[in-house]
Design a protein. Sequence first.
Length: 280
Amino acid sequence: MPELPEVETLKRDLDKEVVGRRIKSVQVNGMRSIRRHPDEADFIAKLEGNKIAAVERRGKYLLLRLESGDVLVIHLGMSGQLLRGKGGVRDPEPKHTHVVFTFTQGGLLRFVDPRTFGETFVTAPGDLENQVPELAHLGFDPVDDMMSWVKFGDLLTARKTKLKTLLMDQKFVAGIGNIYSDEILWAAGLRYDRSSETLSSQEVRRLYRAMVETLQDAIKHRGSSLADEQYRDLFGAVGEYQKEHKVYDRAGQACRRCRSTVAKVKVNGRGSFLCEQCQV
């Protein structure tokens, strides 16, 4: 599933590419991706003729603010993609394209989702958190919400939870998933099963710095595309940050810090990666 760096990369591209554009027409191929709407006509009527006024990210959700006041919500799920296109015979529609937004100024935006766990829908701002209760309970945003390491340490102490579980808890911190929790903990030199209240002040500082710097570096490299290359940016290109991964999906390879062997373990039923030598 795309995590904060991948969604933030898309948000920044959308801000440049679609803000200020007016939606001329909307094509829907099946109801699965717009399942919150009673029918295709309801979804289309809320969008056609509307201008995209702004783009925001909340956690792993994209919010496209419309001129009408409504919000177009996009969640990529496990395999969703947003792809900018030109249309026409030289730009054939990819397989699994479920929604196409065509702009009056030319060009279009496609929502592609092979596994159909993602979705897109239109809602009034006041109803957004009723539609997506998760958004009402998101923790702090590690890219947008800066805080002192002292406050961060207080949050850690109050939770008394294993670090990887805590980093992936969207109610604690928004947008981090399996990939970046492993990369952050490696950068901080901390094990996934350390309890959050046991960290020294120096370890708290290391963890906070590792979290911010890892995510910012991943955004700079336009996110991570794994072996399936399912994550693509707005222009269809794969991310570059997987080349920088220190532990994720590197089991059996040498740790980039101490040259010990990277291990793979199961954490809450998911494969996780660490260096058992230099993460303590």
